[in-house]
Each structure stands twice: as C-alpha cells, then as structure tokens.
Write a protein of this length. Structure first.
Length: 264
C-alpha cells in the first residue's frame, strides 16, 4: 500500500494485478498483488517471479487505456514455460487500473480498526466494478463464482491471556509472529509488567472482567487461561466465554496425567 501511495504521489498512473484464483501448487495466495506504474516501477508479487514478466506486459496494456484483463496461467498453457510457470499449479490474475476509492476505503478501515469487504466483478461489461460492505472477522479472499472475487479486510485477531506467567510471554511471542494483537490480564501488579511480558501489546492489571469490559468480544477473539483462580471462570465470565474460542491451561500444556498412571 505504501509503495502504491508513493507512485500516486509522484503523479504516476498505476495498474494493479491481483491473484483471484489458484489451483494445486500455486506460489502465492489469493489476494496477492503486483502494482505496475506508468514509469515502469513494480511492487509486490503475484507468483514469486514465475509470471511477473508477462503480467507486467499486460499491465502496460491496461495503463495504455485497455480494458481490465483476466489472465490464466497453468501447466496446460502452450507458453507456460516461456513465462516461467513450471510449478504445476494454475493461477488467475486480474489486471485493472488502481481504484483510488478502494485504496482509501481499505486505508480508512485499517486505520480505524474496522472490517471491510470489497467485491470485484471480474468479467463482462462491468469488469473492475467494486461493491463494499461489512467484512468478516478475519482477513481472507475467495472466488465466489466465475465473475466475482471477494476480499475481507479485518483488524488483527486478538489473543487474550489470563495469567501473567512465563508461558504467557511465550504465547505472546508466538502469537505476534503470526499477526495477533496480544493482551495479558492479571490482578497481580508485580507479575503483569512490561519487563516480564515484553511481547504483550497491552497489560491489564485486574480481574478478567476488567479485560472484558475494556475490549469488545467478537469472533476474532481467542482466550487462553493460565490461572486456576475462579475469577477467570466466574458466572459473569461464562456467557462471554461461550462467544469465544476457549483454550484452557491444561489443554494448552498437554494436560495432566491421572494419578496412578504408568510412567515416570
């Protein structure tokens, strides 16, 4: 997005190529983008280098005033190896001029932490047309039919951890690596410190109910309980847990052996 903004700021026209369908061993997921500017600059990728040279040429045609193009690349193509697609997969790439309204809507949703869906028409007289709506809880993309591609843009999912223990720090570190926002809640102020939990995005010193009050619970909220206190599973908490995916301390740690079980 920043690369595209820079292109636009210097007065370039920009074509956007987007992966809208994949089959088998596709090198890039749905929604991957390649931006091509009128000055010849490229940013992003639709195939990890396999078909970018051909997509670049098609983007130049669109920049020259041509209509949007829906491109297909696969092992059945006569020129598959000429454009560098030996991986055995198939992809479809949609090339169109940058839609400034779409760019601003996505940027606004990202800045405001809100959800947004963008539906793009891929062929016919209205190819390239956009429709907007409320997005889902997780960022994703799907080809719903031959003519329609839908992308969902959402804030990062939230991992809420009750219990400022060493395991909580390890979970925060792993969760942040895969895109989660991490929140740790613990009523013990000496435990819930930035020094002990440097990878927590937020620390809440208080009982779980305070964390619930501070953050609206939705289908992108996940909870890990690393404390045995009843306050984390009180009657007030129970209805909220029912609306979240709940991982208990025992299941996260692999459980405890029953007394009398064999082994050391």
């Amino acid at each position: 997005m920043e690369d595209v903004r820079r292109m636009v700021a210097r007065g370039d026209r920009v074509a956007i190529a987007t992966v809208v369908d994949t089959k088998r061993s596709a090198p890039r997921p749905l929604g991957s983008r390649l931006a091509v500017s009128s000055s010849g600059e490229m940013a992003g990728s639709v195939s990890g280098g396999c078909v970018e040279s051909d997509v670049y040429l098609r983007a130049e045609e669109v920049l020259a005033g041509g209509p949007p193009q829906l491109l297909q690349y696969g092992i059945s193509d006569d020129d598959a190896f000429d454009v560098g697609l030996p991986c055995g997969g198939e992809i479809e790439v949609f090339v169109q001029m940058l839609d400034p309204d779409e760019m601003e809507r996505i940027a606004s949703a990202d800045a405001g932490g809100s959800r947004l869906s963008v539906t793009t028409t891929l062929n016919g007289d209205s190819a390239g047309a956009k429709a907007y709506g409320d997005g889902e809880g997780h960022s994703s993309a799907v080809r719903t039919d031959e003519t329609t591609f839908v992308e969902h843009f959402a804030p990062p999912p939230v991992l809420m951890i009750f219990g400022a223990v060493d395991t909580g720090q390890a979970l925060c570190r792993m969760a942040k690596q895969v895109g989660f926002t991490t929140i740790v809640s613990d009523a013990r102020a000496k435990f819930a410190t930035p020094e002990r939990l440097p990878d927590a995005d937020e620390l809440i010193i208080g009982w779980p109910a305070m964390a619930y009050d501070a953050h609206e619970i939705d289908d992108a909220t996940y909870v890990v309980v690393l404390t045995t206190t009843r306050a984390s599973t009180s009657r007030r908490s129970a209805p909220r847990f029912a609306r979240m995916r709940h991982i208990s301390a025992r299941s996260a740690a692999g459980g405890r052996r029953r007394r009398g079980a064999s082994g050391s």
